[in-house]
Design a protein around this ligand. Structure first.
Ligand SMILES: [Zn+2]
Length: 187
């Protein structure tokens, strides 16, 4: 537990909080400086900075609480939507080096206080295959990845449609075969 960490202090009760839920692994509190009504924060009780550091049981608890609150909070505050934000690293806006999942209910006209958006960068499409390969390679060191998973370059978007059409035709053919078989069977 880090001495000066503000979230560790919340866990220890040294800083008062509005607790929504607590178990051995995680703590969910209502944000006392909310940007929108019902904004909440879920943190592991132990001091971890990154998501990948969480032990499985903590990760499971965290996911479960996020899952439950993702329906409870919007219902309670009558929001139109919900953003769930996790920030890792200062560049990503992590100000406290203690992992936190922010739940931000969204309302009409709240764009001036909440801005979560990104736009496609066309240039990056060139490197897509290399990036894909590198990530898959790294991923194969931690999980089993299936060989047949493969992406198509964005330029050949028509390809899956063609396959789908083939599938549809095959199903149609099957149905026709079946009905003609039925007709032959029924005297
Ligand atoms: Zn901490």
């Amino acid at each position: 537990m880090a001495e000066e960490c503000i979230f560790c202090k919340i866990v220890k009760g040294e800083i008062p909080s509005l607790k929504l839920f607590e178990n051995n692994e995680v703590l969910a509190v209502l944000d006392i400086y909310p940007s929108t009504k019902g904004q909440a924060m879920i943190i592991p009780k132990q001091h971890y900075t990154h998501l990948y550091e969480l032990p499985k049981e903590t990760l499971f608890s965290l996911s479960e609480v996020v899952h439950n609150l993702s329906s409870v909070i919007p219902k309670s505050v009558n929001s139109l939507g919900l953003n769930i934000v996790l920030r890792m690293g200062p560049k990503a806006g992590q100000r406290v080096p203690h992992l936190a999942v922010q739940m931000i209910p969204r309302f009409e006209g709240d764009d001036k206080v909440v801005a979560i958006q990104w736009v496609p960068e066309q240039e990056l499409q060139k490197d897509l295959q290399d990036v894909y390969k590198n990530i898959r390679e790294e991923l194969s060191k931690v999980v089993v990845v299936k060989k047949e998973d493969n992406i198509r370059p964005a330029s050949v978007e028509a390809e899956p449609k063609k396959e789908e059409k083939k599938k549809e035709e095959a199903i149609k053919q099957e149905k026709e075969d079946f009905s003609s078989w039925l007709k032959r069977r029924i005297p």
